[in-house]
Design a protein around this ligand. Sequence first.
Ligand SMILES: [Zn+2]
Length: 156
Amino acid sequence: MDKEQPAEREKIKAGIPQKEYDNIHKWVLRYFGLATRCESEDCTSEKPKRFEWALRKECSYARNISNYIQLCPSCHRKYDLTEAERANKSAKKIGQLNNGAKLSEISVLEIYRLLKNSIPSLDIAKRFKVHPTTISDIKRGKRWPHLHSKYIQNEK
Ligand SMILES: [Zn+2]
């Protein structure tokens, strides 16, 4: 086999190569056997048919049993869902810093346009229903710095 061959056939599962995922799975089974109970605190399942090993939140697929948790299929699905929701939430935060989160990029561009036309910050704040500090922060590039650099460029 040519080592340089691109690994396009390599399947990815849960963010790691399928092969590695399978190996970890085998390793857990070999040392700790089948999952026999649900470790979820708010488990409501009655007599689940089987149990599964799940990766604990914010843990990596390592050969360390404390990274894994035994769950019933129902709790496993819930567990993975909340993990996905958490990831989604943190993704939304990026680019929208706490206090300025009410403003869209389009609004911020509009604010820059108004600032250029010498509209008082206080009036702009009222119009966008934000705190005047937010406007002065935008003006100084403390928020939305990537939009601020465009604004500065246009000034020249
Ligand atoms: Zn459960």
